[in-house]
Design a binder for this molecule. Structure first.
Ligand code: LHQ
Length: 258
């Protein structure tokens, strides 16, 4: 199986599973990943996702053995599988933690960047490998990179296709944190479990606000925040959060998403 799915209390771990090819992507794998995400969202008790890779790599991008001799139309057909996957991840109503366990190259790097919170193992690296094979960064690379690290760094990363170490990725804000290799999964699991224990409806609305911010003026964003705050405020989790604070106890939020 190209994708492994394991269920834990409140979250699912999805593992890219073609370790002999550094989890390089195929159409079959993209479809399996999309189905795993749909299944996770359909389960209302699933309140976070942890995405990682099996073996020493996170994901080496498109499996190049599948695109030898591919025509532009073939590349188009491939992207018709990958690009909706990126949009699906961004639009998920639950947070996605990405544990980048090794090299993340090409579409694999940008798949990671689409996630909400990235943890990178010290031995991980990020490569916008596209320029090496005469291609353009896809899967959102040209959108995510400048927003995360600024234009100067984004341009150099995309044009030079040099690997970026996890340490520098953390310094530059491409990932949230770098952790030692043996701490990656425990830390990522703790993070997913923590997100799963939070007020899920508020997290979903927060993701929507953050995603809209790039295109909005401040005035539009303030209006959106007001609308989303009304929705959050109507959820029982809000009343519980306030009560718990005043009673000096930990809140107990709804276990299932509404
Ligand atoms: C691989 C791959 C791989 C197959 C390692 N494919 N086998 C574009 C076109 C259209 C639509 C869809 O989207 C895309 C987007 C893209 O993603 S384009 C960019 C594709 N990715 C790349 O160009 C990266 C290619 N890989 C590499 O540059 C290196 O493998 C990296 C830097 C990822 C890792 O280097 P190393 O740690 O030195 O590992 P390695 O190169 O020895 O790889 C280990 C094995 O995995 C090896 O197989 P082997 O049988 O010799 O052990 C590689 O051939 C295989 N592999 N990436 N993308």
């Amino acid at each position: 199986m190209t994708i492994l799915v394991e269920s834990f209390a409140g979250y699912r771990r999805i593992t890219l599973n073609r370790p002999e090819r550094l989890n390089a992507l195929t159409v079959e794998m993209a479809a399996a990943l999309a189905a795993a995400l749909d299944d996770a969202v359909a389960d209302k008790t699933c309140r976070a996702i942890l995405l990682t890779g099996a073996g020493r790599g996170f994901c080496a991008g498109q499996d190049l053995t599948e695109i030898i001799g591919a025509s532009p139309a073939d590349l188009d057909r491939l992207l018709a599988h990958y690009h909706p996957l990126i949009l699906k991840i961004r639009a998920l109503p639950i947070p996605v933690v990405c544990a980048v366990n090794g090299v993340a190259a090409g579409a694999g790097a940008n798949l990671a960047l689409a996630c909400d919170i990235l943890l990178a193992a010290r031995s991980a690296s990020f490569v916008q490998a596209f320029a090496r094979i005469g291609l353009v960064p896809d899967c959102g690379g040209t959108w995510f990179l400048p927003r995360l690290v600024g234009t100067a760094r984004a341009r150099a990363l995309a044009l030079l296709a040099e690997p970026l170490s996890a340490e520098t990725a953390a310094e530059w804000g491409l990932v949230w944190r770098m952790v030692e290799d043996d701490r990656l999964l425990p830390e990522a699991e703790a993070l997913a479990a923590r997100l799963a224990s939070q007020a899920s409806a508020a997290l979903a609305l927060t993701k929507r606000a953050l995603d809209a911010a790039g295109d909005n003026t401040l005035a539009q964003q303030l209006d959106l925040e007001g609308e989303l705050q009304r929705q959050a405020g109507a959820h029982p989790d809000h009343a519980e959060g306030v009560r718990a604070f005043l009673e000096k106890r930990a809140p107990t939020f709804a276990r299932a998403r509404s």
